[in-house]
Design a protein around this ligand. Structure first.
Ligand code: NAD
Length: 477
Protein backbone atom coordinates (compact mmCIF):
# COMPACT_ATOMS: atom_id res chain seq x y z
CA UNK A 1 0.00 0.00 0.00
CA UNK A 2 1.04 3.54 -0.68
CA UNK A 3 2.15 5.98 1.99
CA UNK A 4 1.16 9.60 1.99
CA UNK A 5 2.49 11.23 -1.23
CA UNK A 6 5.92 12.87 -1.03
CA UNK A 7 4.73 15.99 -2.76
CA UNK A 8 1.42 17.78 -3.15
CA UNK A 9 0.60 19.93 -6.14
CA UNK A 10 -2.07 21.70 -8.14
CA UNK A 11 -2.89 20.68 -11.71
CA UNK A 12 -3.18 23.73 -13.96
CA UNK A 13 -3.12 23.54 -17.75
CA UNK A 14 -1.91 19.97 -17.55
CA UNK A 15 1.07 20.85 -15.40
CA UNK A 16 1.76 19.78 -11.82
CA UNK A 17 2.27 23.12 -10.11
CA UNK A 18 4.25 23.23 -6.91
CA UNK A 19 6.84 25.36 -5.08
CA UNK A 20 7.90 28.51 -6.93
CA UNK A 21 7.80 30.57 -3.73
CA UNK A 22 4.06 30.05 -3.32
CA UNK A 23 2.54 30.12 0.15
CA UNK A 24 1.87 26.65 1.53
CA UNK A 25 -0.66 24.98 3.81
CA UNK A 26 0.29 22.30 6.36
CA UNK A 27 -1.69 19.10 5.82
CA UNK A 28 -2.06 17.30 9.15
CA UNK A 29 -3.01 13.75 10.14
CA UNK A 30 -5.91 14.29 12.57
CA UNK A 31 -5.11 11.05 14.42
CA UNK A 32 -1.69 12.36 15.46
CA UNK A 33 -1.84 16.12 14.94
CA UNK A 34 1.40 15.77 12.94
CA UNK A 35 2.14 17.46 9.65
CA UNK A 36 2.16 15.06 6.69
CA UNK A 37 2.34 17.37 3.69
CA UNK A 38 3.02 20.82 2.29
CA UNK A 39 0.34 22.05 -0.07
CA UNK A 40 1.08 24.89 -2.51
CA UNK A 41 -1.55 27.62 -2.64
CA UNK A 42 -2.63 29.32 -5.85
CA UNK A 43 -1.65 32.86 -6.75
CA UNK A 44 -3.94 35.09 -8.78
CA UNK A 45 -1.90 34.39 -11.89
CA UNK A 46 -2.27 30.62 -11.30
CA UNK A 47 -6.03 31.12 -11.21
CA UNK A 48 -6.00 33.24 -14.38
CA UNK A 49 -4.10 30.47 -16.12
CA UNK A 50 -6.62 27.91 -14.85
CA UNK A 51 -9.47 30.06 -16.17
CA UNK A 52 -7.95 30.34 -19.66
CA UNK A 53 -7.38 26.60 -19.67
CA UNK A 54 -10.95 25.89 -18.51
CA UNK A 55 -12.23 27.86 -21.47
CA UNK A 56 -10.09 25.78 -23.85
CA UNK A 57 -11.09 22.60 -22.03
CA UNK A 58 -14.77 23.42 -22.40
CA UNK A 59 -14.44 23.78 -26.18
CA UNK A 60 -12.64 20.43 -26.40
CA UNK A 61 -15.03 18.55 -24.16
CA UNK A 62 -18.40 19.86 -25.28
CA UNK A 63 -17.51 18.65 -28.80
CA UNK A 64 -16.38 15.23 -27.57
CA UNK A 65 -18.99 12.52 -28.26
CA UNK A 66 -20.91 11.25 -25.24
CA UNK A 67 -19.61 7.73 -25.89
CA UNK A 68 -16.05 8.99 -25.37
CA UNK A 69 -17.02 10.88 -22.22
CA UNK A 70 -18.58 7.63 -21.00
CA UNK A 71 -15.43 5.69 -21.82
CA UNK A 72 -13.35 8.06 -19.69
CA UNK A 73 -15.72 7.87 -16.73
CA UNK A 74 -15.86 4.08 -16.91
CA UNK A 75 -12.08 3.89 -17.21
CA UNK A 76 -11.64 6.11 -14.16
CA UNK A 77 -14.10 3.94 -12.23
CA UNK A 78 -12.08 0.85 -13.15
CA UNK A 79 -8.81 2.48 -12.08
CA UNK A 80 -10.30 3.69 -8.82
CA UNK A 81 -11.46 0.13 -8.09
CA UNK A 82 -7.90 -1.14 -8.66
CA UNK A 83 -6.50 1.68 -6.51
CA UNK A 84 -9.20 1.56 -3.83
CA UNK A 85 -6.95 0.52 -0.95
CA UNK A 86 -4.34 3.18 -1.75
CA UNK A 87 -6.91 5.95 -2.11
CA UNK A 88 -8.74 4.93 1.06
CA UNK A 89 -5.52 4.84 3.06
CA UNK A 90 -4.60 8.37 1.98
CA UNK A 91 -8.12 9.60 2.82
CA UNK A 92 -7.86 8.07 6.30
CA UNK A 93 -4.49 9.75 6.85
CA UNK A 94 -5.90 13.12 5.83
CA UNK A 95 -9.39 13.03 7.32
CA UNK A 96 -9.27 10.42 10.07
CA UNK A 97 -12.21 8.19 9.15
CA UNK A 98 -11.77 4.42 9.55
CA UNK A 99 -10.12 2.78 6.54
CA UNK A 100 -13.19 0.59 5.91
CA UNK A 101 -15.40 3.70 5.70
CA UNK A 102 -12.94 5.36 3.31
CA UNK A 103 -12.95 2.26 1.12
CA UNK A 104 -16.74 2.32 0.92
CA UNK A 105 -16.45 5.97 -0.12
CA UNK A 106 -14.13 5.00 -3.01
CA UNK A 107 -16.61 2.37 -4.18
CA UNK A 108 -19.52 4.80 -3.97
CA UNK A 109 -17.56 7.11 -6.22
CA UNK A 110 -16.93 4.24 -8.62
CA UNK A 111 -20.70 3.67 -8.72
CA UNK A 112 -21.33 7.34 -9.44
CA UNK A 113 -18.82 7.50 -12.33
CA UNK A 114 -20.33 4.34 -13.83
CA UNK A 115 -23.84 5.74 -13.43
CA UNK A 116 -22.89 8.97 -15.22
CA UNK A 117 -21.10 7.01 -17.95
CA UNK A 118 -24.51 5.60 -18.81
CA UNK A 119 -26.55 8.71 -18.12
CA UNK A 120 -24.47 11.00 -20.35
CA UNK A 121 -25.49 8.89 -23.34
CA UNK A 122 -29.12 9.70 -22.63
CA UNK A 123 -29.03 13.51 -22.93
CA UNK A 124 -32.01 13.96 -25.20
CA UNK A 125 -33.66 16.99 -26.78
CA UNK A 126 -37.00 17.15 -28.58
CA UNK A 127 -38.38 18.33 -31.90
CA UNK A 128 -41.55 20.37 -32.21
CA UNK A 129 -43.05 20.15 -35.70
CA UNK A 130 -45.26 23.11 -36.64
CA UNK A 131 -48.23 22.92 -39.07
CA UNK A 132 -46.52 25.49 -41.29
CA UNK A 133 -43.60 23.12 -41.76
CA UNK A 134 -41.49 25.09 -39.36
CA UNK A 135 -39.55 22.97 -36.87
CA UNK A 136 -38.34 23.87 -33.44
CA UNK A 137 -35.60 21.85 -31.79
CA UNK A 138 -34.99 21.88 -28.08
CA UNK A 139 -31.45 20.85 -27.21
CA UNK A 140 -29.50 20.40 -23.99
CA UNK A 141 -26.02 21.87 -23.92
CA UNK A 142 -23.35 21.79 -21.21
CA UNK A 143 -23.56 24.93 -19.07
CA UNK A 144 -19.86 25.82 -19.48
CA UNK A 145 -16.81 25.89 -17.21
CA UNK A 146 -17.73 25.04 -13.59
CA UNK A 147 -16.05 26.31 -10.40
CA UNK A 148 -16.46 23.56 -7.82
CA UNK A 149 -15.65 23.89 -4.12
CA UNK A 150 -15.78 20.81 -1.95
CA UNK A 151 -15.16 20.21 1.77
CA UNK A 152 -13.01 17.80 3.73
CA UNK A 153 -15.57 15.41 5.25
CA UNK A 154 -15.77 13.08 2.21
CA UNK A 155 -12.27 13.55 0.75
CA UNK A 156 -13.00 11.14 -2.14
CA UNK A 157 -16.77 11.34 -2.58
CA UNK A 158 -17.03 15.13 -2.58
CA UNK A 159 -14.44 15.64 -5.36
CA UNK A 160 -16.03 12.71 -7.22
CA UNK A 161 -19.40 14.46 -7.11
CA UNK A 162 -17.88 17.76 -8.19
CA UNK A 163 -16.27 16.11 -11.24
CA UNK A 164 -18.64 13.30 -12.30
CA UNK A 165 -21.73 15.14 -13.48
CA UNK A 166 -19.97 18.12 -15.15
CA UNK A 167 -17.63 15.78 -17.03
CA UNK A 168 -20.59 13.64 -18.10
CA UNK A 169 -22.40 16.76 -19.31
CA UNK A 170 -19.44 18.05 -21.38
CA UNK A 171 -18.34 20.87 -19.05
CA UNK A 172 -14.84 21.74 -17.90
CA UNK A 173 -14.18 22.06 -14.16
CA UNK A 174 -11.83 24.02 -11.93
CA UNK A 175 -12.04 22.20 -8.62
CA UNK A 176 -10.87 23.57 -5.30
CA UNK A 177 -11.31 20.76 -2.85
CA UNK A 178 -10.52 21.27 0.81
CA UNK A 179 -6.94 22.19 1.64
CA UNK A 180 -7.11 19.71 4.56
CA UNK A 181 -7.60 16.70 2.23
CA UNK A 182 -5.83 17.42 -1.06
CA UNK A 183 -4.14 14.10 -1.87
CA UNK A 184 -7.43 12.15 -1.95
CA UNK A 185 -8.88 14.64 -4.43
CA UNK A 186 -5.72 14.46 -6.55
CA UNK A 187 -6.02 10.67 -6.69
CA UNK A 188 -9.59 10.98 -7.99
CA UNK A 189 -8.60 13.47 -10.69
CA UNK A 190 -5.52 11.40 -11.60
CA UNK A 191 -7.76 8.38 -12.24
CA UNK A 192 -9.68 10.50 -14.76
CA UNK A 193 -6.48 11.67 -16.50
CA UNK A 194 -5.17 8.10 -16.61
CA UNK A 195 -8.44 7.05 -18.23
CA UNK A 196 -7.88 9.63 -20.97
CA UNK A 197 -9.49 12.85 -19.74
CA UNK A 198 -7.76 15.80 -21.44
CA UNK A 199 -6.02 17.76 -18.72
CA UNK A 200 -7.62 21.00 -19.86
CA UNK A 201 -11.01 19.59 -18.88
CA UNK A 202 -10.46 19.17 -15.15
CA UNK A 203 -7.98 21.14 -13.06
CA UNK A 204 -7.23 21.09 -9.34
CA UNK A 205 -6.34 24.26 -7.47
CA UNK A 206 -5.91 24.95 -3.75
CA UNK A 207 -5.62 28.24 -1.99
CA UNK A 208 -7.04 30.71 0.48
CA UNK A 209 -10.73 29.83 0.01
CA UNK A 210 -12.05 33.39 -0.03
CA UNK A 211 -9.42 34.56 -2.52
CA UNK A 212 -9.92 31.58 -4.83
CA UNK A 213 -13.71 31.77 -4.86
CA UNK A 214 -13.79 35.55 -5.38
CA UNK A 215 -11.32 35.28 -8.23
CA UNK A 216 -12.99 32.39 -10.03
CA UNK A 217 -16.55 33.60 -9.50
CA UNK A 218 -15.47 37.10 -10.56
CA UNK A 219 -14.63 35.76 -14.02
CA UNK A 220 -17.23 35.57 -16.79
CA UNK A 221 -15.54 32.36 -18.00
CA UNK A 222 -17.11 30.44 -15.11
CA UNK A 223 -20.78 29.68 -15.86
CA UNK A 224 -21.64 27.55 -12.85
CA UNK A 225 -20.85 27.43 -9.13
CA UNK A 226 -21.08 24.06 -7.40
CA UNK A 227 -20.52 24.27 -3.63
CA UNK A 228 -20.70 21.85 -0.73
CA UNK A 229 -20.16 23.31 2.74
CA UNK A 230 -21.78 25.43 5.40
CA UNK A 231 -24.89 27.53 4.83
CA UNK A 232 -23.09 30.72 5.84
CA UNK A 233 -20.38 30.28 3.21
CA UNK A 234 -22.97 29.08 0.70
CA UNK A 235 -25.00 32.29 1.03
CA UNK A 236 -21.87 34.36 0.52
CA UNK A 237 -20.85 32.42 -2.60
CA UNK A 238 -24.35 32.66 -4.05
CA UNK A 239 -24.14 36.43 -3.79
CA UNK A 240 -20.86 36.37 -5.71
CA UNK A 241 -22.43 34.09 -8.35
CA UNK A 242 -25.49 36.33 -8.62
CA UNK A 243 -23.35 39.25 -9.88
CA UNK A 244 -22.84 37.34 -13.12
CA UNK A 245 -26.07 35.28 -12.99
CA UNK A 246 -24.12 32.03 -12.81
CA UNK A 247 -25.96 28.74 -12.41
CA UNK A 248 -25.64 27.29 -8.87
CA UNK A 249 -25.86 23.94 -7.11
CA UNK A 250 -25.68 24.48 -3.36
CA UNK A 251 -25.22 21.50 -1.05
CA UNK A 252 -25.29 23.06 2.42
CA UNK A 253 -25.71 22.19 6.07
CA UNK A 254 -28.42 20.18 7.76
CA UNK A 255 -29.72 19.35 11.24
CA UNK A 256 -31.19 15.88 10.58
CA UNK A 257 -34.38 15.18 12.55
CA UNK A 258 -35.18 11.55 13.41
CA UNK A 259 -38.79 10.84 14.42
CA UNK A 260 -39.11 7.68 16.49
CA UNK A 261 -42.67 6.52 17.28
CA UNK A 262 -43.66 4.11 20.04
CA UNK A 263 -44.84 1.39 17.63
CA UNK A 264 -41.26 0.37 16.71
CA UNK A 265 -38.79 -2.20 17.97
CA UNK A 266 -36.56 0.22 19.92
CA UNK A 267 -33.53 -2.09 19.93
CA UNK A 268 -33.66 -2.49 16.17
CA UNK A 269 -33.85 1.28 15.67
CA UNK A 270 -30.91 1.81 18.01
CA UNK A 271 -28.83 -0.92 16.35
CA UNK A 272 -29.31 0.92 13.04
CA UNK A 273 -29.20 4.57 14.08
CA UNK A 274 -26.34 4.57 16.62
CA UNK A 275 -23.67 3.52 14.07
CA UNK A 276 -25.26 5.90 11.54
CA UNK A 277 -24.97 8.77 14.05
CA UNK A 278 -21.26 8.21 14.71
CA UNK A 279 -20.25 7.45 11.10
CA UNK A 280 -17.37 9.75 10.15
CA UNK A 281 -17.52 11.13 13.70
CA UNK A 282 -20.88 12.77 12.91
CA UNK A 283 -19.19 15.06 10.36
CA UNK A 284 -21.79 14.31 7.74
CA UNK A 285 -24.34 16.76 6.35
CA UNK A 286 -27.06 14.06 6.47
CA UNK A 287 -26.10 12.86 9.95
CA UNK A 288 -29.07 12.07 12.22
CA UNK A 289 -28.89 14.83 14.83
CA UNK A 290 -32.18 15.65 16.63
CA UNK A 291 -33.81 12.45 17.90
CA UNK A 292 -37.48 13.32 18.35
CA UNK A 293 -38.76 10.42 20.43
CA UNK A 294 -42.32 9.59 21.50
CA UNK A 295 -42.56 9.78 25.28
CA UNK A 296 -43.57 6.13 25.97
CA UNK A 297 -40.25 4.84 24.67
CA UNK A 298 -38.11 7.87 25.57
CA UNK A 299 -36.41 6.40 28.65
CA UNK A 300 -35.57 3.13 26.94
CA UNK A 301 -34.35 4.97 23.84
CA UNK A 302 -31.97 7.39 25.54
CA UNK A 303 -30.57 4.76 27.92
CA UNK A 304 -30.06 2.28 25.08
CA UNK A 305 -28.45 4.97 22.91
CA UNK A 306 -25.90 5.87 25.59
CA UNK A 307 -25.10 2.20 26.31
CA UNK A 308 -24.35 1.55 22.67
CA UNK A 309 -22.37 4.80 22.26
CA UNK A 310 -20.09 3.72 25.09
CA UNK A 311 -19.14 0.53 23.24
CA UNK A 312 -17.87 2.33 20.13
CA UNK A 313 -14.17 1.77 19.62
CA UNK A 314 -12.51 5.14 18.97
CA UNK A 315 -8.99 5.23 17.54
CA UNK A 316 -6.70 5.79 14.59
CA UNK A 317 -8.63 5.01 11.43
CA UNK A 318 -5.83 2.69 10.25
CA UNK A 319 -5.95 0.54 13.40
CA UNK A 320 -7.86 -2.77 13.35
CA UNK A 321 -11.23 -2.60 15.05
CA UNK A 322 -11.56 1.20 14.98
CA UNK A 323 -15.21 2.16 14.56
CA UNK A 324 -14.81 5.93 14.89
CA UNK A 325 -11.72 7.99 14.10
CA UNK A 326 -10.69 11.46 15.24
CA UNK A 327 -12.48 14.62 14.17
CA UNK A 328 -11.02 16.03 10.98
CA UNK A 329 -9.43 19.24 12.27
CA UNK A 330 -8.94 21.15 15.54
CA UNK A 331 -11.93 23.44 14.83
CA UNK A 332 -14.33 20.52 15.36
CA UNK A 333 -13.44 19.48 18.97
CA UNK A 334 -13.40 23.20 19.84
CA UNK A 335 -16.93 23.52 18.44
CA UNK A 336 -18.03 20.37 20.34
CA UNK A 337 -16.73 21.73 23.65
CA UNK A 338 -18.48 25.04 23.05
CA UNK A 339 -21.84 23.62 21.96
CA UNK A 340 -22.01 20.81 24.52
CA UNK A 341 -20.93 23.20 27.31
CA UNK A 342 -23.64 25.65 26.29
CA UNK A 343 -26.30 22.89 26.23
CA UNK A 344 -25.28 21.69 29.72
CA UNK A 345 -25.29 25.26 31.06
CA UNK A 346 -28.83 25.63 29.74
CA UNK A 347 -29.99 22.45 31.54
CA UNK A 348 -29.38 19.51 29.17
CA UNK A 349 -28.49 16.10 30.64
CA UNK A 350 -25.18 14.58 29.54
CA UNK A 351 -25.41 10.74 29.45
CA UNK A 352 -22.02 9.92 28.05
CA UNK A 353 -19.06 11.57 26.31
CA UNK A 354 -18.84 15.34 26.24
CA UNK A 355 -15.05 15.35 26.33
CA UNK A 356 -11.92 14.93 24.24
CA UNK A 357 -10.01 11.65 24.30
CA UNK A 358 -6.23 11.53 24.76
CA UNK A 359 -3.73 14.32 24.31
CA UNK A 360 -2.77 13.92 20.68
CA UNK A 361 -4.95 14.21 17.60
CA UNK A 362 -8.52 15.46 17.58
CA UNK A 363 -10.42 12.62 19.23
CA UNK A 364 -13.80 13.25 20.82
CA UNK A 365 -15.95 10.79 22.76
CA UNK A 366 -19.30 9.65 21.32
CA UNK A 367 -21.72 11.90 23.16
CA UNK A 368 -25.40 11.67 24.11
CA UNK A 369 -27.40 14.61 25.44
CA UNK A 370 -31.07 14.59 26.38
CA UNK A 371 -33.71 17.08 27.54
CA UNK A 372 -31.96 19.85 25.67
CA UNK A 373 -33.71 23.23 25.79
CA UNK A 374 -34.59 24.52 22.32
CA UNK A 375 -32.67 27.74 22.98
CA UNK A 376 -29.35 25.84 23.24
CA UNK A 377 -27.06 26.63 20.30
CA UNK A 378 -26.71 22.92 19.47
CA UNK A 379 -30.49 22.64 18.86
CA UNK A 380 -30.25 25.35 16.20
CA UNK A 381 -26.79 25.14 14.60
CA UNK A 382 -25.40 22.07 12.86
CA UNK A 383 -23.12 20.38 15.44
CA UNK A 384 -21.20 18.40 12.76
CA UNK A 385 -19.79 16.07 15.38
CA UNK A 386 -20.34 12.87 17.38
CA UNK A 387 -23.28 14.06 19.44
CA UNK A 388 -26.86 12.74 19.57
CA UNK A 389 -29.56 15.12 20.84
CA UNK A 390 -32.58 13.29 22.28
CA UNK A 391 -35.81 15.00 23.36
CA UNK A 392 -39.30 13.62 24.25
CA UNK A 393 -42.52 14.50 22.39
CA UNK A 394 -46.16 13.54 22.78
CA UNK A 395 -47.42 12.75 19.29
CA UNK A 396 -47.16 13.04 15.56
CA UNK A 397 -48.15 16.68 15.18
CA UNK A 398 -45.60 17.95 17.75
CA UNK A 399 -42.94 15.70 16.29
CA UNK A 400 -43.42 16.95 12.74
CA UNK A 401 -43.49 20.54 14.01
CA UNK A 402 -40.14 20.01 15.75
CA UNK A 403 -38.67 18.38 12.62
CA UNK A 404 -39.70 21.43 10.55
CA UNK A 405 -38.78 24.04 13.21
CA UNK A 406 -35.35 24.86 11.75
CA UNK A 407 -34.59 26.57 8.46
CA UNK A 408 -32.60 23.48 7.36
CA UNK A 409 -34.06 20.66 5.25
CA UNK A 410 -31.48 18.18 4.02
CA UNK A 411 -32.08 14.66 5.38
CA UNK A 412 -34.81 13.49 7.76
CA UNK A 413 -35.53 10.04 9.15
CA UNK A 414 -38.63 8.46 10.63
CA UNK A 415 -39.28 5.14 12.33
CA UNK A 416 -42.84 3.89 12.60
CA UNK A 417 -44.74 0.68 11.79
CA UNK A 418 -47.89 2.57 10.78
CA UNK A 419 -48.05 2.73 6.98
CA UNK A 420 -50.56 5.60 6.86
CA UNK A 421 -48.30 7.62 9.15
CA UNK A 422 -45.27 6.81 6.99
CA UNK A 423 -47.03 8.45 4.04
CA UNK A 424 -48.11 11.50 6.06
CA UNK A 425 -44.58 12.03 7.31
CA UNK A 426 -43.06 11.64 3.86
CA UNK A 427 -45.39 14.41 2.68
CA UNK A 428 -45.19 16.77 5.67
CA UNK A 429 -41.44 16.80 6.36
CA UNK A 430 -39.67 19.75 4.75
CA UNK A 431 -36.55 17.98 3.58
CA UNK A 432 -34.77 17.06 0.36
CA UNK A 433 -34.36 13.42 1.43
CA UNK A 434 -36.42 11.28 3.80
CA UNK A 435 -35.48 7.83 5.10
CA UNK A 436 -38.41 5.83 6.44
CA UNK A 437 -37.39 2.87 8.62
CA UNK A 438 -34.02 3.12 6.89
CA UNK A 439 -30.78 5.04 6.91
CA UNK A 440 -30.59 4.77 3.11
CA UNK A 441 -31.19 8.24 1.75
CA UNK A 442 -29.12 8.28 -1.41
CA UNK A 443 -27.43 6.37 -4.21
CA UNK A 444 -25.79 7.09 -7.55
CA UNK A 445 -29.20 7.08 -9.25
CA UNK A 446 -31.12 9.32 -6.85
CA UNK A 447 -30.92 13.06 -6.20
CA UNK A 448 -28.90 14.20 -3.20
CA UNK A 449 -29.74 17.70 -2.05
CA UNK A 450 -31.78 19.86 0.26
CA UNK A 451 -34.44 22.52 0.56
CA UNK A 452 -34.62 25.79 2.51
CA UNK A 453 -31.22 26.76 4.01
CA UNK A 454 -29.80 23.35 3.08
CA UNK A 455 -29.48 24.59 -0.48
CA UNK A 456 -30.91 23.84 -3.86
CA UNK A 457 -30.23 21.73 -6.90
CA UNK A 458 -29.14 18.15 -6.47
CA UNK A 459 -26.08 16.08 -7.10
CA UNK A 460 -26.27 12.43 -8.25
CA UNK A 461 -29.02 10.89 -10.32
CA UNK A 462 -30.32 12.35 -13.57
CA UNK A 463 -30.96 15.57 -11.63
CA UNK A 464 -27.22 16.04 -11.03
CA UNK A 465 -26.58 15.83 -14.77
CA UNK A 466 -29.50 18.11 -15.60
CA UNK A 467 -27.97 20.71 -13.24
CA UNK A 468 -24.95 20.92 -15.57
CA UNK A 469 -27.01 21.44 -18.72
CA UNK A 470 -28.78 24.45 -20.20
CA UNK A 471 -31.67 24.35 -22.63
CA UNK A 472 -31.61 25.98 -26.06
CA UNK A 473 -34.56 26.19 -28.44
CA UNK A 474 -33.76 26.56 -32.16
CA UNK A 475 -36.64 27.57 -34.45
CA UNK A 476 -36.18 26.94 -38.18
CA UNK A 477 -38.47 28.02 -40.99
P1 NAD B 1 -16.21 26.54 6.68
O1 NAD B 1 -17.66 26.72 6.66
O2 NAD B 1 -15.38 27.75 6.62
O3 NAD B 1 -15.73 25.60 5.47
C1 NAD B 1 -16.50 24.57 4.90
C2 NAD B 1 -15.88 24.29 3.53
O4 NAD B 1 -16.07 25.41 2.69
C3 NAD B 1 -14.36 24.07 3.58
O5 NAD B 1 -14.01 23.03 2.70
C4 NAD B 1 -13.76 25.40 3.12
O6 NAD B 1 -12.54 25.23 2.44
C5 NAD B 1 -14.83 25.92 2.19
N1 NAD B 1 -14.89 27.36 2.19
C6 NAD B 1 -14.93 28.20 3.25
N2 NAD B 1 -14.98 29.48 2.86
C7 NAD B 1 -14.98 29.46 1.51
C8 NAD B 1 -15.02 30.46 0.51
N3 NAD B 1 -15.11 31.76 0.81
N4 NAD B 1 -14.98 30.07 -0.78
C9 NAD B 1 -14.91 28.77 -1.13
N5 NAD B 1 -14.88 27.78 -0.22
C10 NAD B 1 -14.92 28.12 1.07
O7 NAD B 1 -15.71 25.83 7.98
P2 NAD B 1 -15.27 24.39 8.43
O8 NAD B 1 -14.68 24.59 9.76
O9 NAD B 1 -14.41 23.71 7.42
O10 NAD B 1 -16.64 23.61 8.58
C11 NAD B 1 -17.58 24.15 9.49
C12 NAD B 1 -18.95 23.87 9.12
O11 NAD B 1 -19.13 23.67 7.72
C13 NAD B 1 -19.45 22.58 9.71
O12 NAD B 1 -19.87 22.79 11.02
C14 NAD B 1 -20.58 22.21 8.82
O13 NAD B 1 -21.73 22.87 9.24
C15 NAD B 1 -20.17 22.75 7.50
N6 NAD B 1 -19.70 21.71 6.57
C16 NAD B 1 -20.64 21.13 5.81
C17 NAD B 1 -20.27 20.13 4.96
C18 NAD B 1 -21.29 19.44 4.11
O14 NAD B 1 -21.06 18.33 3.67
N7 NAD B 1 -22.42 20.08 3.80
C19 NAD B 1 -18.94 19.71 4.90
C20 NAD B 1 -17.99 20.36 5.69
C21 NAD B 1 -18.39 21.37 6.53
Amino acid sequence: MTDYPDSLYMVIDGERVTGGGRDTFDVVNPATGEKIGDLPLATESDLDRALDTAQKGFKIWRDTPAAERARVLQGAARLMTERADDIARVATMEEGKPFAEARIEVMMNVGLFNFYAGECQRIYGRTLVRPTGMRSTVVKEPVGPVAAFSPWNFPIGNPGRKLGAPIAAGCSVIMKSAEETPASALMVIQSLYDAGLPKEVAQAVFGVPDMVSRHLLGSPIIRKLSFTGSTVVGKHLMQLAAEDMKRTTMELGGHGPVLVFDDVDVDRVLDTMVPHKYRNCGQVCVSPTRFIVQENIYEKFRTGFAERAETIQVGDGMADGTQMGPMANPRRPDAMDRMIGDAKDKGATLHTGGERIGNKGYFYAPTVLSDIPLEAEIMNEEPFGPVALINPFKGEEDMIAEANRLPYGLAAYAWTADSARQKRIAREIESGMVGINSTMIGGADSPFGGVKWSGHGAEDGPEGLEACLVTKAVHEA
